[in-house]
Write a protein that binds this ligand. Structure first.
Ligand SMILES: [Mn+2]
Length: 330
């Protein structure tokens, strides 16, 4: 029993960080990602395509987009969707092979001994997993549950008996993807949606009993985060050194003292010519400011030092913002 599991396609996304023409092209690439998933299902005789929330951007989805979606997925036997925080207003998806789950639903596919449980978002708040406790789960057929949200393994205790009976939990919402428990996986977004979304993107091919989950890389573009220090002063070497690709996104972090010879503008224009998009984050000034704050014996020094917790992943960003904000008043 094989399934394809995808989520977070975000069709219609504004891509406001890109120029109009690039954003338009990128939106088309999301449609292409959907076409590729359909082709993958057809090539391998897979009858079930699970699309686990945030498939559409509801504020940028027209009637014609819904028609286009239905037409692209029409060759797949069963396309099952739940709604996420970006598409909970979605309605009107028509097609005999399309099952759009409203709220909490149980779908039976007796021919394949498969039952699919889905819990959609119905508004801006995450649905309550404890509602699954009341479901009567019977029989020895395959059981798959579709959920969208930022879950931790302990959240599944809210309906422990229900989750124990599932063969697979198909999750959505976390764009970088990942595995949460033995049976629960996030596929990640099929394409990176922001320059910070590094790594492989694609979808999952799932085999049930025994459970085997395979990540299928399928993204057209990749995001890279490069840290450049003072020694990297020869742009002509970078193409080779970083394996620079014309089709990819690059986020460049400039580090080291500012007096060193790293010309942010030059670097940016070089990457601009040799990649799809570049964003330069110049942390050099901030590093000098950070040293000053460490020495200050006033409220600003105290505040900065209170943000030094190394464990908390949000603190480095908080320190950057603190430096940027105080720059205006100090
Ligand atoms: Mn989401």
């Amino acid at each position: 029993m094989k399934l394809v599991h995808s989520a977070d396609l975000h069709l219609g996304r504004a891509f406001s960080n890109l120029t109009g023409q690039m954003a338009e092209a990128r939106r088309e690439e999301l449609w292409l990602a959907l076409e590729n998933q359909v082709a993958y299902c057809l090539d391998r005789g897979i009858s079930y395509l699970l699309l686990v929330g945030d498939i559409f951007e509801q504020d940028y989805t027209s009637y014609f987009d819904l028609k286009r979606f239905a037409s692209i997925v029409s060759p797949v036997d069963h396309v099952i969707l739940i709604k996420g925080n970006h598409d909970y207003k979605l309605g009107n998806l028509q097609g005999e092979n399309i099952h759009l789950i409203d709220d909490l639903e149980v779908l039976d596919f007796p021919k394949d001994h498969l039952t699919i449980y889905g819990l959609s978002w119905t508004g801006p708040l995450e649905p309550d997993l404890s509602r699954l406790r009341d479901l009567d789960v019977q029989g020895d057929g395959y059981k798959v549950c579709l959920l969208h949200g930022d879950f931790q393994a302990r959240d599944f205790q809210k309906a422990e008996d229900f989750f124990k009976k599932m063969d697979y939990l198909a999750l959505g919402h976390i764009h970088k993807g990942g595995q949460l428990t033995d049976q629960a996986y996030y596929p990640g977004s099929p394409e990176p949606l922001d320059i910070s979304e590094e790594g492989d993107h694609g979808f999952l091919q799932v085999d049930l009993r025994p459970l085997r989950v395979e990540k299928i890389p399928a993204a057209k573009r990749r995001c890279h985060r490069l840290v450049l220090r003072d020694e990297e002063t020869y742009p002509s070497k970078w193409i080779e050194k970083y394996g620079l690709k014309q089709e990819d996104f690059y986020e460049l972090i400039l580090e080291g003292p500012e007096k060193l010879d790293l010309n942010g503008k030059l670097i940016e224009s070089f990457f601009h010519k040799n990649s799809y998009q570049v964003r330069v984050v110049d942390q050099r000034e901030r590093q000098e400011d950070a040293v000053d704050f460490m020495k200050r014996e006033d409220i600003f020094g105290d505040l900065y030092r209170s943000l030094l917790d190394k464990e908390d992943p949000s603190y480095p960003r908080a320190r950057e913002l603190f430096i940027d904000l105080t720059r205006e008043i100090l």
